[in-house]
Write a protein that binds this ligand. Sequence first.
Ligand code: ZN
Length: 60
Amino acid sequence: MNPTWESLKLDTGEVHILPLRDGFRHEPDDCPCGPVTQPVHAEDGSIGWMLTHQPLIEET
Ligand SMILES: [Zn+2]
């Protein structure tokens, strides 16, 4: 089954994509799961960052 994802936008403009119902508690800053960082182009031409966190504990 695919995990359910939650997106969280920080004041810094970073968007974090977090796996819901993961048994691991993810941190918005320097997360131990090693999120994948990708640049995202906003409509106004600026570039933001999207950090996709990795599910560490799978549901059974
Ligand atoms: Zn994480």
